[in-house]
Design a protein around this ligand. Structure first.
Ligand code: PAF
Length: 294
């Protein structure tokens, strides 16, 4: 496994892969890798000749009061896991290498960013769109792999790729969960033991809601209330949002409309704070057909 810390090194290594006509699967991350990232790397390994992983904690996507400074990092462990998953190349640039000058250009995706994390973390997806565009230009991958835990990020990146004609296939991969259902996240590490116990209510409430989806007369307002009531059982949980939207357009659903009238997949998404730790989770659900998105 080769580690590149500069754009020039990455370019050199990629040109040698390209000369051998190798297809490239790309997994962009912010490091502190867990089984969720490992599943992306393994899928990329199965579907491509070479796997490129990027590890870069992107300052552009953090708000002023967010956790950029305390975002967990463990380079040694990340490299070990990456190698175990069959990664060929790791791109680990510094902030100065990625942004030698303050960028005056941003990639801003509208509409799909109006709600959920786009609304509660202003500017977040401008930072994601900008860095992912830069990384796509640098890595020139055939396929790029993203986890569905950040379902809105998947929708934003797909929109950007279509709008700007990037020659890359976006592969959305299933959420990886702990045995009790908690979605894996680098931020789970911040939870106190008590918060960790309570955090299981995110996935549990989404599952309960899905079970009740086909009940007669079910509306988005009622479904969201089921999730909110279940999460509010946790005394340390502060709900940021619980929203049911059309997916992948992320357009709202009329609160009173019967869900049985929606044929397309719906995204039921939650963001909840436990102290300073903000967790997200979601389920793609379908009132009329078997869920087939991922
Ligand atoms: O999902 C992430 O880890 C980040 O948002 C990404 C895609 C690596 C961009 O910094």
């Amino acid at each position: 496994m080769i580690v590149c810390r500069t754009k020039a090194e990455l370019k050199l290594q990629l040109s040698s892969l390209r000369k051998q006509n190798k297809s490239i699967g790309f997994v962009p991350t912010m490091g502190f890798l867990h089984e969720g990232h490992a599943s992306l790397l393994r899928q990329a390994h199965n579907e491509n000749d070479a796997v490129v992983l990027s590890i870069f904690v992107n300052p552009l996507q953090f708000g002023p009061n967010e956790d950029l400074d305390r975002y967990p990092r463990d380079e040694k462990r990340d490299l070990m896991l990456a190698e175990e998953c069959g990664t060929h190349l790791v791109f680990m640039p510094s902030v100065d290498e990625m942004y030698p000058n303050k960028p005056l250009t941003s990639v801003i995706v509208s509409q799909v960013t109006d709600r959920l994390c786009g609304a509660s973390r202003p500017g977040h997806f401008d930072g994601v769109g900008t860095v992912v565009s830069k990384l796509f230009h640098l890595a020139q991958p055939d396929r790029a792999y993203f986890g569905m835990k950040d379902a809105q990020q998947v929708a934003v990146i797909k929109q950007m790729v279509n709008d700007l004609n990037f020659h890359v296939e976006i592969v959305a991969c299933p959420i990886v969960r702990e045995p009790d259902g908690l979605a894996l996240s680098s931020r789970n590490l911040y939870l106190t033991p008590e918060q960790r116990v309570q955090a299981v209510l995110l996935s549990r409430s989404l599952r309960q809601a899905e079970e009740q989806l086909t009940e007669q007369g079910m509306t988005s307002a009622r479904l969201e209330a089921i999730v909110k009531d279940a999460i509010n059982e946790a005394d340390e949980a502060v709900i940021d949002y619980v929203e049911l939207l059309q997916f992948p357009s992320l357009q709202p659903i009329d609160a009173a409309a019967l869900l049985s009238t929606y044929k397309e997949p719906l995204l039921l998404a939650v963001a909840v704070k436990f102290g300073a730790t903000r967790l997200i989770d979601n389920r793609i659900i379908q009132a009329t057909e078997v869920n087939s998105y991922v």
